[in-house]
Write a new protein. Structure first.
Length: 154
């Protein structure tokens, strides 16, 4: 949690990211899909103890880079520490300068299934395979993300 200088690293992508515990949740989806809402919901869930401590990395636009065999996410410098909260506008909050992506959430995903095949639950970014949750339009993503962060496969 900082407000220091940020170096742009890697390409900018339209996504939000929240560091939950040691890893970041990267939230992708089309405009209006609820990326900012899910980011703020995760921060609230962290404050409530539902998930590990959660802090914003970036909202709306983030930078991704390969670091060793991991994907690192950083906020876009112009947007660092800013999050859109529908009904309140753009708000300032604490943020992490970087985090390793440990989970990708794809909002408004077209490949949603009740019991998804294993290949639907992973994605590859810059050659690095990362666990993934596809979320259909109109379905609340927070319970799925909390489940992914707090349970194990049977």
């Amino acid at each position: 949690m900082s407000q220091g200088t940020l170096n742009e690293v890697g390409p900018s992508v339209h996504a939000s990211a929240v560091k939950v515990g040691p890893m970041a949740v990267l939230i992708r989806g089309p405009s209006g899909a609820g990326k900012s809402r899910l980011a703020f919901d995760l921060i609230i869930a962290g404050r409530a103890g539902v998930v590990e401590s959660a802090v914003l990395v970036g909202d709306d636009r983030v930078h991704l880079a390969t670091v060793g065999e991991e994907i690192e996410v950083r906020p876009a410098p112009a947007l660092a520490g800013l999050i859109e909260i529908r009904g309140l506008g753009i708000r300032r909050c604490d943020f992490a300068e970087h985090a390793t992506v440990g989970l990708v959430v794809d909002l408004d995903a077209s490949d949603v299934e009740r019991l998804p095949p294993a290949e639907a639950l992973k994605t590859t970014i810059f050659g690095v395979e990362i666990p993934r949750i596809p979320v259909g339009r109109g379905y609340s993503p927070l319970p799925l993300v909390v489940a992914a962060l707090t349970t194990t496969k049977s």
